[in-house]
Design a protein around this ligand. Sequence first.
Ligand code: BTN
Length: 272
Amino acid sequence: MACEEPDRILPAALRGCLEAGWIGARIECADEVDSTNAWAAELARAGAPEGTVVIAEAQRRGRGRLGRSWVSPPHLNLYLSVVLRPTVPEPLVPQVSLLAGVATCDAVGEWHPATIKWPNDVLIGGRKVAGVLPEMAGEGAGRFVVLGIGVNLNAAADDFPAELRDTAVSLWLATGQRVDRTRFAARLLARIEAWCDTWRREGFAPIAAAWHERSGMIGERIHVQAPDGAVEGVVLGLADDGALRLQLASGLEHQVVAGDVTVIGGYGAGRR
Ligand code: BTN
């Protein structure tokens, strides 16, 4: 009986799907790594150029936000990290986190309508289809950002651990169609490149506007479970560093820099 080769993302095929640009200046693919973010950071420290992309078929220790792990079964999804070398002043570097959420939402949106939950989770029907983990390191001219993105593409319900089955989704589960992972990776990289170019040319305003459009969170009453406690308030918008600006019941403004957000009563409740 012939054994079926597993589907793999290969550098040459991915390069063939990419339009000429700076993203994908170097592309490396591996069967399994601890974390593509750790791998990309190693390459960046050794001088890899901006636009270097690494992809793994599986991760042993995929990293998520807030110290969580990212479930990374082989040959089903996308686990990708990109090396960026932003030249904006250091306090503005975190804007890249929102930029990545917008780019990922755009790419997912080419297969199925999606929204962003602050800061950069991409949701379909309220379930998480993609997550973004930007990690910054280095100093001065050696400063870099590794933009790590995980997208659930062809995972079936039982590829997710039981505790995630009600909150996670894949594009396959949402659309009933298998996703060509190489084509998806190319579209995602193209969107990252386009938004980075906009950021460089025009600053954060167009990114913030695109984020607002895709998130639908302005005016919503939310609960945030932050590392230093819980807070509730009405969303005013984004601060320049990507923090979420809230108006508290006291009328005071509060900025959230990290945490898990829940929209109280569901989207739109704050405007009814
Ligand atoms: C989140 O918790 O929402 C962020 C998840 C980010 C996962 C991706 S998968 C590719 C890259 N490598 C990692 O170790 N994490 C990111």
